[in-house]
Design a protein around this ligand. Structure first.
Ligand SMILES: [Zn+2]
Length: 286
């Protein structure tokens, strides 16, 4: 089922000129489509469905964690910031960093604590307002509309952002313009060339726009490489981790525990062969 009339994403978000082919990943808005050039998977949702699903992001709490998750978030974010500083070979206080789609500033506040000169961009007004009220430097709007000077940042980060945009090529080209020569773009998104996507297909919650607002464009290492090349970035590294074969809600407690044990055993191999479903990407502006 290909619903061409009403589709929000009309062409491959990576900018390929190839055709979009139906896949066997069947969702309520129609099957996902696959770009014949880069393998990108594309949703057939309508513009109104997309806009409605994005509303969930506009709240003051944004992506701030609570409870145990705070410590986990701090540890994970700290590790990423350390990677950025060591790849740039600069002390944190000399690194000017921009977090695109920063929500209420969970990543930015850790970056500030580590001494980075960090600022953010967030389109959702309430989330951006909440970040500003906690003392963070956040610009409300879309990156392309802020018009930062060229070559301003040492590093730009984007976590769980590019799967929400229908023109990833324009977004990454703008990132390329504002990053200094030798600077980094760090991207976190999911990998559809993963054991999880291959096994779970439409049962993978990640593809469900009603549970993950705005998810319309799904990447794999090849589509990232094509995108990077089109925008003038060099691929520094693409790493993946994590496997999932069952969603908790879809199974009994015993089945879920058994499946979880298997996925824990497969976690390390998935990292080694690049078939994990979480993907962390470092691109460099030459
Ligand atoms: Zn493509």
């Amino acid at each position: 089922m290909v619903n061409e009339q009403n589709r929000y994403v009309e062409t491959c978000p990576v900018g390929c000129k190839g055709s979009l082919q139906p896949t066997d990943i069947i969702l309520s808005e129609g099957c996902l489509l696959r770009c014949s050039v880069c393998g990108q998977l594309i949703s057939q949702c309508s513009k109104s469905q997309y806009q409605q699903s994005m509303n969930e992001f506009d709240n003051p709490k944004g992506t701030l964690s609570d409870g145990d998750a705070v410590e986990r978030h701090y540890r994970r974010t700290g590790k990423w910031l350390f990677q950025i500083a060591s790849k740039l070979d600069k002390p944190s206080h000399e690194i000017h960093l921009l977090d695109v789609g920063c929500s209420s500033g969970a990543f930015l506040s850790v970056a500030n604590n580590f001494g980075f000169q960090a600022e953010g961009v967030e389109p959702a007004p309430q989330a951006a307002q909440s970040a500003c009220s906690s003392g963070l430097k956040v610009h409300q709007g879309f990156l392309e509309d802020i018009k930062f000077p060229s070559n301003k940042f040492d590093a730009v980060t984007m976590f769980e952002v590019i799967e929400h945009v229908r023109d990833a090529l324009s977004l990454l080209s703008e990132c390329h313009r504002i990053i200094k020569s030798g600077g980094l773009l760090m991207i976190g998104t999911a990998n559809t060339d993963s054991w999880t996507a291959r096994t779970m297909k439409s049962h993978w919650e990640y593809f469900d726009i009603s549970r993950h607002g705005g998810h319309i464009s799904f990447f794999n290492p090849q589509s990232i490489r094509v995108l990077a090349q089109k925008c003038g970035f060099k691929v520094d590294s693409i790493k993946t981790h994590s496997v999932l074969f069952l969603e908790k809600e879809d199974s009994s407690a015993i089945t879920y525990r058994a499946a979880k044990l298997i996925t824990e055993l497969l976690n390390m191999p998935s990292r080694i062969v690049g078939k994990g479903h979480d993907m962390l990407i470092f691109l460099q502006k030459p």
